[in-house]
Design a protein around this ligand. Structure first.
Ligand SMILES: [Fe+2]
Ligand SMILES: [Fe+2]
Length: 274
C-alpha cells in the first residue's frame, strides 16, 4: 500500500493569469490549458471509480485499501479544486471548455456498468498522468519563464500524480479485472485522450487568435516531438502498459519524491500543522 498525503497548496490563484502564461508561448499555454480543462470532470470520475471499486471489494480486503483510497480521493479532490480556480481565469480570457461537455456525455454510458470498467479507464488515464508527470518533473525547462505560482501548481500536481499512480491499478487487480479489458481500455483511452487534447488545444488557440501563426506550429512541433518533447519522451513508458507483467510502480517516482521534499514551503499537509 502507498501512503498518500493530502496537501493544501499555498499559492495565489486570485491574481489574473496572463494569456500566454507558459513562458510567453501560445501553443504550450493552450495545450496545458486544455489539460487543465479536463481535470474537474475527469478527476471526479476517477474519484467515483475508485470509491465504487473499494465498495465492491470483500470487507476484509477493503480495510487494506481504505487509507490509500482516502488519500487518493483527497489528492484528486484538491487537484479539481485548484484547477477549477485556474480554469475560471481561462474563462475570463474568453476560452471555452468543450471537453467537459463531451466527457459528461460519454460518462453517461458508464452508468450501471461493472465497477471494473471505471477502474480500468481510471488506471489507463492515471498511466497517462503519471508518465506526463514524470516527463514534466524531469524537463522543467518547458515551464521556464512561467510565474512561480503556476509552475508550482503544475509540478505539485505532477508529483502527486506520480505518487498515487498505483491506486486504481491495484484496485482493478484486486477485483480480478482481466488483462484483456486492461489493454482494450488503454487503446480506447489513448484514442479519446489524444483526440480530446488536440481538439481542445485547437479550440483554445482559435479563441486566442494564434491558431494560424507559424510560430504556434513550430512551437507545437518542438514541444511534442523535439528533443525532450512530451510525446517523444512519453511513447516508450506509455507502451510499457502492454507488457504482460506491467505494474505502474515499475516506472520510478524519485523525481516526485524529490520535488515534494524540496518544496515543503509550497504546501501544508491537511490535518497536520505546517
Ligand atoms: Fe490529479
Ligand atoms: Fe490521478
Amino acid at each position: 500500500m502507498t501512503e498518500l498525503v493530502v496537501r493544501r497548496l499555498l499559492i495565489d490563484l486570485e491574481t489574473p493569469v496572463r494569456r500566454h502564461w507558459c513562458g510567453g508561448d501560445a501553443f504550450r499555454s493552450a495545450f496545458f490549458n486544455a489539460l487543465s480543462m479536463s481535470f474537474p470532470v475527469g478527476e471526479q470520475f476517477f474519484i467515483d471509480s475508485v470509491r465504487n471499486g473499494l465498495k465492491a471489494l470483500p470487507p476484509a480486503q477493503q480495510a487494506a485499501f481504505q487509507d490509500e483510497v482516502q488519500g487518493f480521493i483527497g489528492q484528486e479532490a484538491t487537484h479539481r479544486r485548484i484547477h477549477g480556480l485556474f480554469n475560471a481565469h481561462l474563462e475570463k480570457q474568453g476560452l471555452r471548455n468543450d471537453w467537459e461537455a463531451r466527457a459528461r456525455d460519454r460518462l453517461k454510458l458508464m452508468e450501471g456498468l461493472d465497477p471494473r470498467h471505471g477502474l480500468a479507464i481510471t488506471a489507463a488515464n492515471e498511466h497517462f498522468t503519471a508518465l506526463f508527470a514524470e516527463w514534466m518533473l524531469r524537463h522543467t525547462a518547458w515551464l521556464d519563464d512561467t510565474e512561480p505560482r503556476l509552475k508550482t501548481m503544475w509540478l505539485w500536481h505532477s508529483a502527486e500524480e506520480s505518487e498515487h499512480k498505483n491506486t486504481a491499478f491495484d484496485l482493478y487487480k484486486a477485483l480480478g479485472g482481466s488483462e484483456a479489458w486492461r489493454l482494450k481500455w488503454m487503446r480506447r483511452v489513448t484514442f479519446i485522450f489524444l483526440t480530446d487534447t488536440l481538439r481542445q488545444t485547437v479550440n483554445n488557440l482559435r479563441r486566442d487568435g494564434t491558431l494560424l501563426k507559424w510560430s504556434t506550429w513550430t512551437s507545437a512541433a518542438r514541444f511534442l516531438l523535439g528533443q525532450n518533447g512530451m510525446l517523444r519522451v512519453s511513447y516508450r513508458p506509455w507502451r510499457a502498459w502492454f507488457q504482460a507483467d506491467f505494474h505502474p510502480s515499475q516506472q520510478h517516482s524519485t523525481l516526485s519524491e524529490n520535488w515534494l521534499r524540496d518544496n515543503q514551503a509550497a504546501y501544508t499537509r491537511v490535518g497536520q500543522p505546517a
